[in-house]
Design a protein around this ligand. Structure first.
Ligand SMILES: NC(=O)c1ccc[n+]([C@@H]2O[C@H](COP(=O)([O-])OP(=O)(O)OC[C@H]3O[C@@H](n4cnc5c(N)ncnc54)[C@H](O)[C@@H]3O)[C@@H](O)[C@H]2O)c1
Length: 355
């Protein structure tokens, strides 16, 4: 039985994870899955209460005693430096070696796309390297606060790290019938890092002759994603570029409230989280869109081998958008709870995945 740690975290994280939990409990009752759900008290409240962000024992327990984590969001205005969020979120990504950050963005209805020439359908699936690059924190400052200040931020990329994320992207494309994988880099300027990415992309790509392969500079990609997003399918890139490009992809397909993500070390551990943050501006008002978190449940089901149930979650989400059963960010007038209940009930009715 998969054991899942639920970490609601801060702000709207608490509200959207409540709806994800509602769905998981309903599926536990009605389907042949049996997830054990354990709620964890991590976030700003605990940090302000006792100064703890997350302990080494807790990291060890997440790694050894759990099969996956579902996180809401972390970030609270009462903790201006958000040190708890860095410790918990980056800590899990690095310490659990969750090297794949998978961000699937699907356009559920044409009216959600902010572009003038709306593509008929759109599925942009980003594989962002998640454990190195510009996020290692290596670097330093010298003569800080003076006119002679120097700041250095290292971009650390290993052959192993580059190869495993590129391989994950190709393997996904191969097993899911995707036709194109695009590498995004800045190899005209970052010749060392870009050169490594390009070489490994070409080498790994040789094993997938049926998949179209191309490479784009990140600036050209930003333009092209707005101009003709339908050209792209699976995108693989470094930590920093993936952070930016996947937010662009999320916005093109309807906004942050809809986008899920999976941080994975496949077969070992996975952390699922909606792409959005804790949204302090709307926290506690029962109007946050729970769809990003609910789609995380779909990704989790897929990860544990229940692809068909995962597709039904996606279909129910699409139906809620189509029928206007949405929160105010998508133009609807339902609450977070209403949307969560509607989607859970829709799935319980046994709606097939193709609806
Ligand atoms: N993974 C994470 O936990 C994560 C990610 C991003 C930001 N953060 C943190 O969250 C806090 C707020 O950051 P931010 O304001 O830059 O980003 P945010 O994603 O929290 O909010 C950006 C805007 O989008 C809206 N929004 C976000 N999610 C929504 C949803 N589900 N439904 C409806 N509207 C939604 C918000 O109301 C806000 O106007 C900060 O402390 C930041 O560090 C955490």
């Amino acid at each position: 039985m998969p054991r899942i740690a639920l970490i609601p975290g801060d702000g709207i994280g608490v509200e959207v994870v409540r709806e994800a939990r509602r769905l998981l409990e309903a599926l536990n009752d009605s389907e042949s899955i049996n997830f054990e759900l354990v709620e964890w008290d991590l976030g700003a409240d605990r940090y302000l209460r006792d100064g703890t962000t997350i302990t080494d024992d807790e990291f060890r327990s997440l790694s050894d005693d759990y099969d996956a984590v579902l996180l809401g969001a972390l970030g609270d205005p009462r903790v201006p430096g958000n040190e708890h969020a860095k410790d918990i979120l980056l800590g899990m990504r690095f310490k659990l070696d969750l090297y794949v950050n998978f961000r699937p963005c699907v356009l559920l209805a044409p009216e959600l796309c902010p572009l003038r020439d709306v593509p008929g359908s759109l599925r942009l699936e980003t594989f962002r390297e998640n454990t190195e690059g510009a996020y290692t924190g290596m670097g330093g400052s010298f003569k800080t606060g003076t006119p002679d200040e120097v700041a250095i931020e290292e971009d650390v990329n290993t052959r192993k790290g580059v190869e495993r994320i590129i391989r994950a992207a190709f393997e996904f494309a191969h097993t899911r019938g995707r036709e194109r994988v695009t590498l995004v880099d800045k190899s005209n300027v970052q010749r060392h890092v870009g050169g490594l990415y390009r070489r490994v992309f070409a080498e790994v790509g040789e094993g997938y002759p049926d998949i179209a392969q191309d490479a784009m500079y990140v600036d050209a990609m930003a333009m092209d994603l707005v101009r003709r997003p339908e050209r792209y399918q699976v995108i693989v890139t470094s930590n920093l570029f993936g952070d930016i490009i996947s937010d662009l992809a999320a916005e093109i397909t309807g906004g942050l409230g809809l986008a899920p993500s999976a941080n994975m070390n496949p077969g070992r551990q996975a952390l699922f989280e909606p792409v959005h943050g804790s949204a302090p501006d709307i926290a506690g008002q029962n109007k946050a869109n729970p769809i990003g978190a609910i789609r995380c449940v779909g990704l989790m089901l897929d990860y544990f081998g229940h692809a068909e149930i995962g597709e039904r979650v996606e279909a129910a989400v699409a139906a809620s958008v189509r029928e206007g059963r949405t929160t105010p960010d998508l133009g609807g007038d339902l609450s977070t709870e209403d949307v969560g209940q509607w989607i859970s009930a829709h799935i319980a009715k046994g709606t097939p995945a193709s609806t």
